[in-house]
Design a protein around this ligand. Structure first.
Ligand SMILES: Cc1ncc(C[n+]2csc(CCOP(=O)(O)OP(=O)(O)O)c2C)c(N)n1
Ligand code: SF4
Length: 251
């Protein structure tokens, strides 16, 4: 009996090149499993962005476009609308870091949500700019030491971090909005269910769907993979609570 196989939506013989213990690999595997289960692989277009998330297109066996930093939701909007105008509807989703989605791209992200674009955005929140060396990002928590906040994030100099899912949930065009984590099996199973729901809402034409995934960046956090997961469980998920913030079918 086969109990596990690599998702068809992952390229054959792929070896993830993320740092050891990085949750990007788990997140991409979940996305691939959901694409398989919903039979979306041939019709999907993924929009990758700048940051470690861009590596998505090295591993995912679907059509991918790389957007300039922060512009993934804008590119996804264009791709979705252009195909719809040609009566060739596509399944379109973005895969972005928190810096990409909630800092340089905040206007594009939020206005896509407000417009209710029928796309799905996945935001990997690892509380820093991972690819460029661990600088302070929009989600860096108070007191967190980063490459550009050596004394820790503080109110006077840096201000407060953004609670991305809570803000996106306030946008009227949003059909589904949740925050998940990947620090244990229960959470991984739940994360997959939320990604699936977000994808299904797009299939049903319900508007902008969004999943924020709390993720590790052991390299820049200077922690082991297990310490990094513990940090998410005990610290980060207390500041950024897990849950569904909007579900138009159940609200
Ligand atoms: C317009 C622009 N500004 C800055 C950069 C440099 N840059 C590349 S990746 C990145 C940060 C990515 O951080 P995040 O979006 O949080 O993703 P992560 O790497 O943590 O997954 C930056 C600032 C760029 N590529 N383009
Ligand atoms: S720098 Fe951080 S986010 Fe990027 S691959 Fe390494 S651990 Fe993952």
């Amino acid at each position: 009996m086969q109990v596990y196989s690599v998702p068809k939506s992952i390229k054959e013989n792929s070896t993830f090149t993320f740092c050891p213990g990085c949750d990007h690999g788990v997140a991409i595997k979940l996305v691939a499993e959901v694409l398989d289960e919903l039979n979306l692989r041939e019709n999907a277009i993924a929009i990758a962005s700048s940051g470690c998330s861009v590596l998505l297109y090295d591993f995912l066996d679907v059509d991918c476009i790389e957007a300039p930093h922060g512009r993934a939701c804008a590119v996804a909007t264009g791709v979705k609308r252009a195909h719809r105008a040609l009566k060739n509807d596509k399944f379109v989703f973005t895969y972005q870091g928190d810096g990409d989605f909630a800092s340089i791209g905040l206007a594009e992200s939020m206005h896509s949500a407000l417009r209710g674009e029928n796309i799905t955005a996945i935001c990997i929140n690892n509380t820093n700019y991972g690819m460029t060396g661990g600088q302070l990002g929009p989600t860096t928590v108070m007191g967190q030491v980063t490459a550009t906040s050596p004394l820790g994030r503080n109110r006077q100099y840096h201000g407060f971090p953004i609670k991305t899912a809570e803000h996106i949930a306030l946008c009227e065009g949003v059909s589904f909005c949740s925050r998940v984590a990947l620090y244990n099996v229960k959470n991984i199973i739940n994360a997959k269910a939320q990604i699936k729901k977000a994808f299904e809402y797009q299939q049903q034409g319900l508007g902008f769907s969004f999943v924020e995934i709390l993720s590790t960046c052991p390299t820049n956090w200077k922690l082991s993979p297990s310490e990094a997961h513990k940090k998410i469980e005990e610290e980060i998920s207390k500041i950024y609570p897990l849950g569904i913030f909007k579900d138009i079918k159940n609200d």
